[in-house]
Design a binder for this molecule. Structure first.
Ligand SMILES: [Cu+2]
Length: 129
């Protein structure tokens, strides 16, 4: 009788431990991680590209993921830049004819209008989502 009591106690503790582990495992399965995986696979495009020709950006609206690397190719004779209107989100600086610039999309989702520093009438929009 004296021998059995500790066994029952310890098996009861093991059972309680398994139940607790099960609760912890179940608690570790909520969706945030899964959602991140899904959005990563839903947006395979990791880079974008914008070109300038005839004083126009093409495309004039581009949607990218946060932090995407975007190439800017200037096919015009005049120098052009892609400069965010807010003045600090991104700026390729002036790119000469047939030159290629690069910038990193903001990490905060939103709509970022941009322009060319030499030709303020040249306008485009970068959408980060
Ligand atoms: Cu320009």
């Amino acid at each position: 009788m004296n021998r059995k009591t500790p066994q029952i106690l310890s098996s009861g503790l093991i059972f309680a431990g398994i139940v607790a582990a099960g609760i912890l495992l179940a608690g570790c399965q909520p969706t945030p991680l899964d959602l991140n995986k899904q959005s990563a696979t839903d947006v395979p495009q990791e880079e974008g590209a914008i070109s300038a020709l005839n004083m126009t950006y093409s495309p004039d609206t581009l949607t990218v993921r946060p932090g995407a690397t975007i190439l800017f190719t200037n096919r015009d004779v005049a120098d052009h830049s892609i400069t965010s209107d807010d003045g600090n989100s991104f700026d390729t600086g002036l790119i000469a004819q047939d030159g290629i610039g690069e910038f990193t999309a903001p990490t905060i989702p939103g709509t970022y209008p941009y322009h060319c520093t030499s030709h303020p009438t040249m306008r485009g929009t970068l959408i980060v989502e």
